[in-house]
Design a protein around this ligand. Structure first.
Ligand SMILES: [Cu+2]
Length: 322
């Protein structure tokens, strides 16, 4: 995660992105070369046109066989066909490489449901007690093919982690498959890539790739319920969260069990809040809880209008959700 911005956009970190990236650079460079050539020809033509005395003499000159003009059209078409053909063949090859998700034997299966404007992520397991839910931060083990089952929710969103994998839409009423893997540990930013309403730009997420042992430890920790309050203030915070926030959010191990907003059970283990928009610091967190509409206007979390004492208690309780 170091180096210049060019390093950042220039290196794929997973096999799926690795198949797409060189093709992207190729088409970009070809497009730039084509634009430069065309601009130069237009410039040259207009300068010559002017040198010959302008409109009065050249209007109505027919394009004739054998004349200069027609030869250029033939050459132009031939030159265009070559890069187009190369792009076509290369695209087919890249598609074949990235399309087939590792259905037969994925190392990990995730169910991801995008919502306006956050990402619901469910980890699957062989038994119900191995299943848990989280939001906006996806942990994966390195060197593992991860199958992502995308479930359409409210409107069309698109799952995109540029350094790991291409875009796959999540369409209401439909399930789409995507997959990704990461060669190296790191934090890779993802972004909704389909305009989905006012806060579309503020609908990011992070993929945290870590060595398998570290991932297993993270997963075990996420399975645990939230701890019970240890002080009266934390208990007050828990009570407020259950009755004020529990109609949208879940905190496993409490009576807050709704699923229309991010699961908060291990909120403090996440680097960012509000779908990659704010760092998960105490100040940003309380600011968000009190006034989310200031950060993401039109977001489906209303401003909370807690009193100072209530907000302090809520903060103390949230702090325990590690
Ligand atoms: Cu979206």
């Amino acid at each position: 995660m170091s180096g210049t911005p060019l390093d950042y956009i220039g290196h794929a970190a997973g096999s799926r992105a690795g198949a797409i990236l060189p093709l992207t650079w190729f088409t970009l460079v070809v497009s730039i070369v084509v634009i430069v050539i065309i601009a130069a020809l237009v410039l040259r033509a207009s300068l010559r046109f002017r040198a010959r005395g302008g409109a009065s003499e050249t209007v109505g000159v027919p394009v004739e066989r054998g004349a200069d003009g027609l030869r250029w059209i033939t050459i132009g078409l031939a030159l265009t066909a070559v890069p187009l053909l190369v792009t076509l063949v290369w695209t087919m090859a890249a598609l074949a490489q990235v399309a087939g998700p590792p259905l037969a034997n994925p190392g990990l299966v995730l169910d991801v449901t995008p919502h306006q404007w956050w990402w619901e992520v469910q980890y699957n397991g062989a038994t119900p007690d191995a299943i848990f839910e989280t939001a906006n931060e996806i942990h994966i083990p390195t060197g593992t093919k991860v199958l992502v089952r995308l479930h359409g929710g409210d409107v069309i969103h698109s799952f995109w982690v540029p350094r790991l994998s291409g875009k796959t839409d999540a369409i209401p009423g439909q399930n789409n498959l995507s997959w990704l893997d990461a060669d190296q540990p790191g934090v890779y930013r993802g972004q909704c890539a389909e305009y989905c309403g006012w806060q579309h730009a503020k609908m990011a997420f992070e993929v945290v790739a870590e060595p398998p042992a570290q991932f297993a430890a993270w997963r075990d920790h996420q399975l645990a319920d939230a701890p019970q309050p240890t002080t009266p203030r934390i208990a007050q915070g828990q009570a407020i969260i259950v009755y004020r926030c529990g109609l949208c959010h879940a905190v496993r191990g409490t009576d807050a069990g709704a699923r229309t907003a991010p699961d908060l059970t291990h909120l403090m283990s996440r680097r960012m809040i509000a779908a990659g928009v704010l760092p998960n610091t105490p100040g940003a967190l309380l600011g968000w809880v009190q006034h989310p509409q200031g950060v993401k206007p039109d977001s489906l979390m209303p401003d909370q209008h807690l009193s100072g004492a209530e907000l302090t208690a809520v903060g103390a309780y949230l702090e325990t959700l590690r």
